[in-house]
Design a protein around this ligand. Sequence first.
Ligand SMILES: [Zn+2]
Length: 422
Amino acid sequence: MLFSNVNEEEFELVSEFEKAGVIYKEVRLKNRGHRCQGCGTFHTNVKEYRTKKIRHSVYAHQNCFILYKQRRFICPKCRMTAMETNPFISHDDRVSDQTIINALTDLKRYNNTFTAVAERYGLSVRGVMSLFDRYCQMERNRLPKVLCIDEIYFSRKRRKKYVLVLLNFFNRAIIDVLKDRDKHTIASYLSKIPREERDAVEYISIDMNDNYRDVLQVYLKNAAIVADSFHVIKRVNKVLDDKRRKIMRRFEDNKSSDEYYLLKYRDQLLFSKSLSYDRTMNRHFRYYISENELLGMILKIDPELESSYHLVQKYILFNDHDYGGDLKTARNDLEELIIEFKLSGISGFPELAATLEYWKEEIISSFSLVKGQRVSNGPIEGRNSLIKKVLHLANGYTNFDRFRNRIIYSLNKYASHSFQRE
Ligand SMILES: [Zn+2]
């Protein structure tokens, strides 16, 4: 079908030819007559035809143009002329409506870049972008019951390098993207949202970032702030990793030593959740040894490393424990851990204890269950990697609004463009 929106009866194909690999279709609308705007006479008098060349990219691998013979009517009574209305183009003089719709539909796929779509439809990149800007101005979505907030590195060319992504914990829909993570940006954004909507937010999951914790609390009064447990674990693991690096430096003069090998190349064993007991041939030691035995060797290198490892394991055990929503017990356990870290006498741990103390309420809240699930930023990780992919594919965006619209349009299943045939 040449036009999905035009009935075959409405037009006639005058001729059809191919030139230099391009398909041309010469069409004319059936003469259905015209009512004169000047005197009201209904007539079918034609003065002349003018050919309009319209890009009509409806074939996968071939360019196509419509040579539309547009009719100019002339009134037999008052001589007033008028161009006939047509169903091919309503917004752009040279691009058919169908082409615009196809291009916008393709942009819905996050991995179709503006450049790729431009090439596909024989349009300019600038042209595709301006179509997008015109028909894909996306509105924000309603605040969800459980809101996840994450920072995404946007551009190094910008003074403010991070943007803030708001997502729905349950369906992963993108609520909105804010241009930076400044307090006043967040405050002015939230202040424009109706009170009832804000008051319905019950949980907000954030990284341990103190820039905006208090702003959220001001505008989302009923929400419990949750420190994303994955982020907390990262922070805890970092203390152990710093220790590993420090000890490793002592062996840098002897890079063929067992210690250097273990600390430098088998460091993942310190952070692995499950270690294998199966012995496999080890190239460094040249004998069969299991991961579990290798970890034992790592921990024997330095007593402080071993103590650090066990302290970190305690935190991980605490984090993985199923409290079944019993926040009181979680609180007790966390407070005990904080004291143990504080009094451990191992460098790095008193500081970690202070951080955990500072985020105590938010960590405890992270054990609340909503529909049987702990709130965290875990479920939105996949969304964030797609957002990063969109940025990467485009070689970055310089226009934040376009980026925001693209993210919401292409990553939210039900988001749609606003193009309508007139
Ligand atoms: Zn007339």
